[in-house]
Design a protein around this ligand. Sequence first.
Ligand code: UD1
Length: 367
Amino acid sequence: MRNKLIDIIAGARPNFMKIAPIIRAMKAREASGGPLRYRLIHTGQHYDAKMSGDFFTQLGIPAPNVNLEVGSGTQAEQTGGIMTRYEKLLLEHKSDLCLVVGDVTSTMACAIAAQKLCVPVAHVEAGIRSGDWTMPEEINRMVTDSITNYFFTTSEVANANLRRCGVSDKSIFFVGNTMIDTLLANMDRLQPPTFWSEHALEVGKYFVVTLHRPANVDAGDTFAQLLQAIALATRGEKVVFPVHPRTAKTLRDLNAVPKSLLLVEPQPYLEFNYLVKHAKAVITDSGGITEETTVMGVPCMTLRNSTERPETIALGTNELLGVDPKALKPALDRLFAGLWKRGSIPPLWDGHTSERIVKALELVLVS
Ligand code: UD1
């Protein structure tokens, strides 16, 4: 029986925690005689230590076999750059399957390049939809799923979305959430950041904020209003704000930032989730963080009009506030009054998703 080679694609920060447990599960199966082998491909979409390298180190991800080094650029420049470089690699050495995760530019670009060379595509976190075409991630999800062969899903809502698009049940594998595999595997390793004591942070007595969506951070005055509203609604309590590189550009041009906001660099995985776990609440425009807060039972307020992860609202601790800063105060008043929902953990978010993925891949590729 010939071994099968799987390309595992990772490009941007939210990919790294999703691929780490898949690689671990693949190595474990290989050690017990399994037929799957992998080639780890970093596209270079996120390239600096804070957005990439630190995650590889902390999560024990092996060094990539190939780095496509695409670097910064517009959406189209990055997409084109990744496609051209990955196509070249496939032409030199074809793999048996391309496994992409999530919804970033690298996900879509590699799926297209692979499928055009008749390399089947597996998509982890398939089928989720926000319905908001102004987000590049939504386009990436739709394009990727339209050329995916094997759909690995995190929720029944995702399964239903795929069926509505005509995907056959045979191609849908409801396996759970690999991001939660990583969180549960690292829960005991979470560690306070170096500034924890310097800023006298105390468990349950501060907030965490992350913002990087163009709609929230690209225009200086909108962003400044949002920061004022956050400081007001959190009643002057400390707010830890790890600043994404995109957000840093807008921040540099602001005259002043409210005093209670502690601006820090993008945090490594173990420090970031330590901060989240012990926060009073999280205010964010990220998608993945709403899954982590749900599992940790931390109240979460999402500054977006839509979400592709409705289970974090229906079952979890998340609530959509929209993008009007005025929504923050009433929501935080409810939190301060002790009225925030407690939530529960969605089905199959149990830490064993990656093993289920590897088992399914063996079945479809080898039998
Ligand atoms: C990307 C993903 C988004 C994800 C986010 C989290 C897409 C379409 N978006 O958005 O889904 O939630 O990552 O991090 O793929 N930069 C650096 N250092 C780096 C990487 C980027 O300074 O290591 C700068 C870039 O030069 C650019 C900005 O950050 O100016 C944005 O990076 P980019 O990869 O375009 O997308 P993100 O906004 O990070």
